[in-house]
Design a protein around this ligand. Sequence first.
Ligand code: GRF
Length: 213
Amino acid sequence: MKNIVILISGRGSNMEAIFRSLQAESWPARIAAVISNRSDAQGLGFARAHGVPVSTVLNTAYASRDEFDAALAAEIDRHAPDLVVLAGFMRILTPSFVQHYAGRILNIHPSLLPSFPGLHTHRQALEAGVKVHGATVHFVTADLDHGPIVAQAVVPVLPGDTEKSLSERVLTQEHLIYPRAVRWFVEEQLLLENGLVHTRDNIEQHLIHEGCQ
Ligand code: GRF
């Protein structure tokens, strides 16, 4: 049974998708805790209502990034995590924090990395005029929004798309690929070699939304 700790800052819809898949598919894993840097993170309500231990480590309570990350790591490590899942966790993490969880920390980013790291990815995609966009699950490294790619989902960019319509199309796919990627980790499918990620059983690591074929 693997312990998963999920970090959120807001809505928590990816956390919810992972929780629901874990339950529905009976993974050999449990969500040991959901931790947020904000006490008003909407997703905490879902976690509490489903009996998942929640806690907060408020970044505003710490004078420096190093102190916050040390407190966060201490809280995470109380739950002996096999995997740390960043799910809309809106904090830049220090290299020593990332190093501490090397190979056992995943993030989802709403773009086809390495395109459009950072914020406002859907706006960046619309402004660049790309015809496909998507989301990426990756291992976290000290390099923001970079790191070995575990899975990607591709969606079309349609005429008339707005940031809202595009983000909704991408989010639907996020809710499919993130649980899938976490399950692969739990089932020890993921092989990380020379910065590239393969699956032991050669499972397809991409998802292509209709309209892209
Ligand atoms: C998602 O779009 C995710 O890719 C990004 O932040 C958003 C979080 O949404 N990192 P939610 O909190 O999971 O609903």
